[in-house]
Design a protein around this ligand. Structure first.
Ligand code: FAD
Length: 511
């Protein structure tokens, strides 16, 4: 196998495949020293623990090397109105007498914070807590630490609190480079100048600037938005999502942070702005931050100015990284003997940090459908439909954020209410007006998102009214009220017992 590209996608792929297949598959990574990686992508989705565990890496090994922190939720600010916030936590939604707790909350709202009433994690985020005690123990057994390896991403999502990480993207690529090369992966630092095709239109070899010809059976395209193999050489069309997700640009800054003074929030923050939103990702010694916006509504200079004002003086010396985003997916990600993984395969904007999840999911599918005994169209078809559904499903989920946002104070936000939505979402939106989303009423194919995620966005963004199930009028509410109280007690006890992220990581780094 030849992996082209040494960004997050390239090295995650090489590391995972070598962990899966060992020396039975020969892997080479070709990475250009002249063409930079995108340089962002630092917040993850809750499946990511499975990736590190599959590689056999403990948190104390890789987290300090990547300046990593814990992520328990996404915190949404100002999506409803200025000053409002809510969390979309990584925590399964409890159910009482067969009805989701959010449904009970709509019927009996004990406070105006559905997130704090229904989830323990919201209080932990407000208090800046780590999910582990200082001695490394997890906050409770339900976190599911296994002796054996969990077999799929979905198994992680079944855990009560499937938390995620923030990390520095380039440090992770460096760490995984070491991991993979120590296990036999060949690393070639060179630029691919030409992708040679045979008479069938399959890639026969690559021509590099300094290392000449590189042959392979399977080529993995991890060249980022360029899609050098899949889109350029094989001319696979790109299916744009721009009609429903118009944000096509970002400007990013890396802002120094002092771990002794600045609190490390255990969540990614997404703060709504006039033409998009700003992400804030706390790492050990800096913040990653950026404004995701639509060029139809805002010029890059204005976006950068807004971002610098948002961050304040700490950003004064930070150089800005302006990025044009390609939103959508390659029609097929596996074409002939080329498999595109990462931005070359597809990308929706980073609102729910799904880019690295797409990579992880794609690698897991590649192992599942691996053509070990020759190319079989069934394997290719299985892989492509799985990758396609994940991206199309996430696209729909992101559209819900904008459609659901109560904010409608300018043209950008007003347009989010009238723009066409992907097929099927209009009917689902109607259904959710009279019943909170459940497994039967969300995007029907696997997309990595449990129904509670939809509940959080609907109730948090506040622009689409959802009514409680009528049956709740006829069912005793006491068990649900007791559950709200149990969550409050548990949250209070955990906030008192758990260290802050700053305390936890200081201890981890001191050894
Ligand atoms: P890149 O990082 O662009 O890497 C491309 C690689 O290909 C580089 O090594 C380059 O040298 C190499 N290359 C290109 N051409 C050649 C050639 N001719 N020869 C040899 N090598 C070549 N994802 C998340 O999960 N969470 C986030 O918070 C998040 N935030 C994001 C914010 C923004 C603004 C954007 C744009 C993306 C974000 N993502 C996020 C997505 C995430 O950044 C990517 O999924 C991830 O970085 C993978 O990128 P990549 O490896 O596919 O491409």
């Amino acid at each position: 196998m030849v992996v082209v590209g040494g960004g997050t996608a390239g090295w995650m792929t090489a590391a995972y495949l070598t962990a899966a297949f060992g020396e039975r598959v020969d892997i080479t990574v070709v990475e250009s020293a002249d063409i930079g990686a995108v340089g962002v992508g630092e917040a993850t989705f809750s499946d990511i623990r499975h990736f590190f565990e599959f590689l056999g890496l403990a948190e104390r090994d890789w987290m300090p090397a990547c300046n990593a922190t814990y992520k328990l939720a996404v915190r949404f600010e100002n999506w409803r109105q200025p000053g409002h916030h809510f969390y979309h936590p990584f925590e399964q939604l409890r159910s009482v007498q067969g009805f989701p707790l959010t449904d009970w909350w709509l019927r009996h709202p004990t406070t105006d914070r559905f997130d704090v009433d229904c989830f323990v994690m919201a209080s932990l985020c407000d208090a800046g807590r780590s999910p582990r005690y200082l001695d490394g123990r997890l906050l409770e057994q339900e976190f599911v630490e296994k002796d054996g390896l969990p077999s799929t991403i979905a198994e992680y999502q079944g855990a009560q609190f499937p938390y995620a990480y923030h990390f520095e993207a380039h440090l992770l690529a460096k760490y995984l480079t070491r991991y993979a090369t120590q296990r036999g992966v060949t690393h070639v630092v060179d630029t691919v100048r030409e992708v040679a095709l045979d008479e069938r239109g399959w890639v026969s070899h690559l021509e590099t600037a300094e290392h000449g010809r590189i042959d392979g059976d399977i080529f993995v395209d991890c060249t980022g938005f360029r899609g050098l193999l899949v889109n350029k050489a094989l001319a696979e069309p790109f299916v744009s999502y721009q009609d429903s997700l118009p944000n096509d640009s970002a400007v990013a800054l890396q802002v120094p942070m002092d771990m002794d003074k600045d609190p490390i929030r255990p969540c990614t923050t997404a703060t709504a702005q006039d033409a998009g939103w700003i992400w804030t990702i706390p790492l050990i010694s800096r913040l990653g931050t950026g404004y995701v916006y639509a060029r139809d509504y805002l010029e890059p200079e204005e976006a950068e100015r807004t971002l610098r004002e948002f961050v304040g003086p700490a950003a004064a010396d930070a150089p800005a990284n302006h990025i044009r985003m390609r939103i959508g997916r390659s029609r097929r990600s596996w074409v002939n003997n080329v498999v595109a993984i990462g931005l070359s395969s597809g990308f929706v904007e980073p609102l729910e940090s799904t880019g690295i999840f797409f990579i992880h999911h794609a690698i897991e599918q590649l192992v599942k459908f691996f053509p070990a005994t020759g190319f079989d169209p069934q394997l290719q078809e299985g892989y492509n439909s799985s990758v396609q559904h994940v991206m199309d499903g996430v696209r729909e989920f992101l559209v819900l954020h904008y459609r659901g946002a109560k904010r409608a104070d300018n043209q950008y936000w007003r347009d989010t209410k009238t723009r066409a939505v992907p097929d099927g979402l209009a009917e689902r939106l109607e259904a959710w007006r009279s019943k909170v989303p459940d497994a039967g009423s969300t995007y029907p194919r696997y997309h990595g998102l449990p129904p509670y995620s939809y509940n959080c966005i609907l109730l948090g963004t506040g622009g689409i009214e959802t009514l409680p199930s009528p049956a709740l009028d006829l069912i005793d509410e006491k068990p649900a009220l007791a559950e709200f109280q149990a969550i409050r007690h548990k949250a209070r006890a955990l906030v008192a017992a758990l260290p802050t992220q700053n305390e936890y990581f200081r201890r981890m780094r001191e050894g």
